[in-house]
Write a protein that binds this ligand. Structure first.
Ligand code: UDP
Length: 313
């Protein structure tokens, strides 16, 4: 049994991770300031005797003892959320990372940083291997998140080299599943909610841009394998589903799976929207015991649509 801190534990991925860590018998402290995290995600955990919730913003330092591991997820992550207050987003990434690394150093705890495919920006290399340094517009509307997360990675590796902190860095690609905020503005939640409500699907651009969608359970398995990997393996390692879809294909699939009269409504493509995204997962497969996603997009959309239906009721 370990004592584990999960920052952003009331968010979509964080709450799935908390549940899994509890199931595996650990003590879990969930820290979240509920900026985008939601209490309903952890409602079922509040009674668990090995679970504790603490409302805190990691922009401020955090004191805690006896920690074995830290998972640092706290940061607004969907484009509309992280663009709402871009300076806040950068602070969450950079100050939050510093505070968590300080905490890890004091506790001699292992720390995992939840980085992102956004560090590759609008990639010129396809698919993206970890060795690719990316193509990020440093002054664009996505920069608060992209550069914030890039700087957080820098901090991880500098704390590792300078102070010997044991770090693990994962780069997460688009993830979906039950527990997503129906209003987070992401493509999967938007399209399913729109289809369920008989509204037209808002497709940005011509829909030829691509993403690779990973079901949350597959991701959580990769996260745990990464934390359990040997001390010398710091990453960064890509975690995502390498099956690539155009956003138009995703819209078509959702229209087929949610019967109704919705059509596609074309809207302007937001600035700096990456044209292609697909992880090269060969490093994860090599270092994480052959890890790869098992749930296809169509299979993962079934429980996801059922979840969003319950959100509407
Ligand atoms: N998108 C869309 N309609 C929406 C929301 C998003 O066409 O209602 C597009 C968006 O422009 C992007 C892709 O879907 O090309 C994925 O967007 P999302 O916000 O889910 O995540 P991102 O990968 O861009 O961070």
């Amino acid at each position: 049994m370990k004592r584990i801190l999960v920052t952003g534990g009331a968010g979509f991925i964080g709450s799935h991770l908390c549940r899994r860590l509890l199931k595996d018998g650990n003590d879990v402290v969930c820290v979240d300031n509920l900026y985008t995290g939601r209490m309903e995600n952890i409602e079922g955990l509040m009674e668990h005797r090995q679970f504790a919730f603490r409302k805190h913003n990691i922009i401020e330092p955090l004191q805690m003892d006896g920690l074995d591991e830290i998972y640092n997820l706290a940061c607004p992550a969907s484009p509309p959320h992280y663009q709402k207050s871009p300076t806040y987003t950068t602070k969450s990434c950079v100050l939050g990372m510093m505070h968590m690394l300080e905490l890890a150093a004091k506790n001699h705890a292992k720390i995992m940083q939840f980085s992102t495919s956004e560090v590759y920006g609008n990639p010129k290399v396809h698919p993206q291997p970890e060795g690719y340094w990316g193509n990020v517009n440093p002054i664009g509307i996505r920069a608060c998140y992209d550069e914030g997360k890039r700087c957080a990675e820098t901090l991880c590796f500098d704390y590792h080299r300078e102070f010997g902190v044991q770090v693990k860095v994962i780069r997460i690609f688009n993830t979906y599943g039950p527990g997503m905020d129906p209003l987070d503005g992401r493509v999967v939640s938007n399209f399913i909610m729109q289809a369920l409500q008989g509204k037209d699907l808002t497709l940005y651009g011509d829909g030829s841009q691509t993403r690779s969608f990973c079901y949350v359970d597959d991701l959580v398995e990769g996260i745990l394998r990464m934390m359990a990997s040997g001390d010398t393996f710091t990453g960064p390692v890509n975690l995502g589903n390498p099956t690539e879809f155009t956003i138009r294909e995703l819209a078509g699939m959702i229209l087929e799976m949610v019967p109704g009269n919705s059509k596609i409504q074309y809207q302007e493509l937001p600035a700096d929207d990456p044209i292609k995204r697909k992880p090269d997962i060969s490093l994860a497969q090599k270092e994480l015991g052959g890890w790869k996603p098992h749930v296809s997009l169509r299979d993962g959309l079934v429980p996801t649509i059922a979840y969003f239906k319950r959100c509407i009721l």
